[in-house]
Ligand binder design. Structure first.
Ligand SMILES: Nc1ncnc2c1ncn2[C@@H]1O[C@H](COP(=O)(O)OP(=O)(O)OP(=O)(O)O)[C@@H](O)[C@H]1O
Ligand SMILES: [Mg+2]
Length: 475
């Protein structure tokens, strides 16, 4: 065991050193079985490990059996869930396993899900279903491939218990996963401190967040303007959230449960429960079956992010001047629009278009997607696969891969795309082709694909389609 590289990593107890106000020390559950179902070899170098030196058994010992003498911290947080304030939250089925510096010098958290009960389990079992774990791995990898700022799953271990769930045929199989994220400090972590009227802790935790995740650009903050760093932090968070919302929207991703306890203070995407990728472009598409009012629908995501930022500003008002936060928040839509346009254009292989032309092309593309109800991911994949350099010369060489029909919209789209291509050099065309490949993966992850991956696992424990899917993601 001492040779287990996970146990020898240089964990830094940075959050732990802030003291007991933010967490409870907990133990991991003991599971009857440990079967490694997923190891993210792509992530290992990021945390300084060579995959060839890490065995499956190392994963199992560290992230299934939780061997070693580490202290596990269930983080305390509250949250606003579907509009209602909930002060009974906290890590109810997970804990912070450890923090470490990545190869890039940044601080990362390894956190669990499904690792047993904690003081925040509220009578629930503290477990994660295997299907839930598989879905979370798939979401993290797919979003990463699509360029979304996301947490990723490092390991998934099946644990041999039978679980009962209302939203899965039960009994269903169990698992425990370890997630690598920037931080698991949530908007709700600050909401809790505000609720408890602990402005001293709010300031302490903000200092921690700024130091670890918002390093100030030079020149350093002037001593006579001590609040400046807090104002800058909030302003940057607004920008990061606007970018994240734009990334979800361009990826065609509906997170499904954008409660404030599922919003990372670093602006990273995480917690993939009832998420879905949209089959067609439909702003009203809703992922969670229990989201009856469509609060967290696909099209509402940017608005919800800005509303959540507003809720956060209430919790931070003891430290950051509210007027400054309001000013930053007013820029949310502007940041969002420019990120969204840039990302949509990159799905079309383009960059650096004059603003009005970019806007026009994105509007035409959305119009087409809406009109034809062509598959969202398929449209961009179709473009990637049918793209031909001749399109630059001959407008009629552009085939109708989108099943758009001879509509006026399709003619307008073709005309504009052709016009843009016609002033593109040979070298720029190669870059365009590369961008198309980078922005549009060969495979998509609709509900059908997830079920097609899950069914062989459920029926005959066949992990081949799961592994194949992950492999194809790199194409
Ligand atoms: N089976 C369970 N046992 C105990 N607590 C649970 C369980 N499922 C959810 N919870 C708790 O309910 C709250 C909301 O759950 P949610 O699904 O958003 O978070 P999560 O998926 O468990 O964790 P994370 O947000 O870290 O991804 C959290 O406090 C979570 O810990
Ligand atoms: Mg959550």
């Amino acid at each position: 065991m001492p040779d287990n590289p996970f146990l020898r990593l240089d964990y830094q107890p940075i959050l732990e050193s802030l003291g007991d106000d933010y967490f409870d020390r907990v133990l991991a559950a003991e599971f009857p079985q440990h079967l490694l179902r997923w190891r993210n070899d792509d992530l290992l170098p990021q945390v300084g490990l060579d995959p060839s030196r890490v065995s499956d058994n190392h994963f199992i010992q560290a992230f299934g059996q939780f061997k070693g003498d580490r202290s596990f911290l269930a983080l305390r947080y509250h949250g606003r869930q579907f509009g209602e304030y909930n002060p009974w939250l906290g890590d109810g089925r997970g804990f912070l396993y450890g923090q470490l510096r990545g190869r890039d010098g940044e601080l990362y958290d390894l956190g669990t899900k499904g690792s047993g009960t904690t003081p925040y389990s509220r009578g629930a079992d503290g477990r994660l279903t295997l299907k839930g774990g598989v879905r979370e791995v798939l979401a993290g990898e797919m979003l990463h491939r699509l360029g979304v700022t996301t947490s990723r799953i490092l390991s998934l271990v099946e644990t041999g218990e039978l679980l009962w769930r209302g939203d899965e045929p039960s009994p269903t199989r169990s698992s425990v996963m370890v997630r690598c994220s920037r931080s698991h400090i949530r908007f709700g972590t600050f909401e809790r401190l505000h609720y408890l009227e602990r402005s001293d802790l709010t300031q302490e935790l903000l200092n921690h967040v700024i130091e670890c995740y918002y390093p100030a650009p030079l020149p350093l903050v002037k001593p006579e303007a001590p609040r400046e760093k807090y104002i800058r932090f909030y302003d940057e968070l607004v920008q990061r959230m606007a970018r994240l919302a734009a990334q979800w929207m361009a990826a065609g991703f509906c997170h499904g449960v954008l409660n404030t306890d599922n919003m990372s203070i670093t602006g990273e995407s995480f917690d993939y429960g009832p998420y879905a990728f949209i089959p067609h472009y439909d702003p009203q598409f809703t992922a969670a079956y229990f989201d009856y009012a469509g609060r967290y629908s696909y099209g509402n995501q940017p608005l919800v992010c800005s509303l959540n930022l507003e809720l956060l500003s209430l919790a931070l008002a003891s430290v950051i001047p509210q007027s400054a936060m309001k000013q930053s928040l007013e820029q949310f839509n502007c940041h969002y629009d420019s990120h969204y346009r840039r990302l949509m254009l990159s799905r079309l292989g383009l960059e650096d278009l004059p603003e009005s032309e970019g806007k026009e092309l994105v509007a035409l593309t959305l119009g087409l997607l809406k009109d034809t109800q062509n598959g969202y991911g398929q449209f961009f994949l179709g473009l990637r696969e049918s793209f031909d350099r001749n399109w630059r010369i001959e407008i009629d060489a552009i085939p109708n891969w989108s099943a758009a029909g001879p509509s006026t919209l399709w003619q307008a789209w073709k005309t504009l795309y052709h016009r843009i291509l016609s002033r593109t050099s040979e070298q720029e065309l190669s870059q365009l082709e590369q961008r198309l490949q980078r922005a549009n993966p060969r495979i998509i992850l609709l509900r059908e694909e997830i079920e097609a991956i899950w069914e062989p696992i459920a029926i005959e424990n066949n992990w081949e389609p799961f592994n194949q899917f992950i492999q194809q993601l790199s194409d």
